[in-house]
Design a protein around this ligand. Structure first.
Ligand code: ADP
Ligand code: MG
Length: 261
């Protein structure tokens, strides 16, 4: 695919026009031993686009997300975020991790720090904000995800849904260019799933670029611009949610949807 130059894109154009690319994945391959876990992956995610990755367990969804954040290296191919190829190490890598927010199934908050301090740590250490600035930012973000009253508490005092919303606030505090979500609601009790999805829908509406691995088909229908269906390490289908759910093209996708819907 030809790379789109920023000056060719008018953001006021309708959404059927290609967007300026934010994440560009080209010809990416990776093995774990004999297992070919990512097979020639090509995917471009545009600025402000919400891409939902679906697929059976073991299809390589998490590995792909981790590769975008360079938590995994790849053997061949390239990944670029906002025009920059992924750095090897050092300061540029810390910068990349700040630009690419990641929210996992397990919330991974620092247990011995307050909720507010969980959110201010990155901005102070990596973004070099003052303590006052970072606190103000944290309080704004905690308000936005609906847990402002919990700022002085420790993670264990919060519900799973609240902790995951704090994890989202913590990522947002870095001012990321793109947010990756890897099954962010899979570890939650059912009654807490929607409070997290609602925050994510809000982010999507505000124009955040998002790559979301989830089994929540309601979210995919509501928030995704495109659905990417993966199986056995390959991107099998890319479609709008409407196309994908009403008329999946591949047998694999039909089989997958048959099992979950
Ligand atoms: P998904 O997120 O779609 O369930 P993953 O990306 O987690 O899939 O895993 C893809 C495949 O790679 C699975 O078969 C998994 O067992 C394997 N795998 C994942 N991480 C590792 C690892 N660190 N070492 C070896 N195999 C792994
Ligand atoms: Mg996974």
């Amino acid at each position: 695919m030809d790379e789109l130059k920023p000056d060719q894109v008018d953001p006021s154009e309708d959404s059927s026009r290609p967007r300026e690319p934010m994440v560009v994945i080209e010809g990416v391959n990776k093995h774990f031993g004999d297992l070919h876990v990512l097979r020639d992956i090509n995917l471009t995610v545009g600025k402000g686009e919400v891409v939902v990755i679906l697929g059976p367990s073991g299809s390589g969804k998490s590995t792909l997300c981790r590769a975008i954040n360079r938590l995994e290296t790849v053997e061949s191919g390239t990944i670029a975020v906002d025009g920059n190829p992924l750095p090897e190490e050092g300061k540029p890598l810390a910068q990349l991790r700040a630009d690419v927010g990641m929210v996992f199934q397990s919330f991974n908050l620092f247990a011995h720090k307050t909720i507010r301090d969980n959110v201010t740590l990155g901005p102070i250490k990596v973004r070099k904000k003052s303590k006052d600035e970072a606190n103000a930012l944290a309080d704004r973000l905690l308000e936005r995800v609906g847990v402002a009253e919990q700022a002085e508490k420790f993670p264990a005092q919060l519900s799973g849904g609240q902790q995951q919303r704090v994890a989202i606030a913590r990522s947002l505090a870095m001012g990321p260019k793109v947010m990756l979500f890897d099954e962010p609601t899979s570890a939650l009790d059912p009654e807490m799933v929607n409070e997290v999805l609602d925050v994510m829908v809000g982010l999507a509406k505000e124009g955040m670029t998002m790559i979301v691995v989830t089994h929540e088909m309601g979210f995919a229908r509501k928030a995704a611009d495109r659905v990417v269906f993966m199986a056995d390490g390959q991107v099998v289908e890319v479609a709008t949610p409407d196309e994908f759910f009403t008329n999946p093209r591949s047998d694999r996708a039909k089989d997958f949807l048959g099992k979950i819907l």
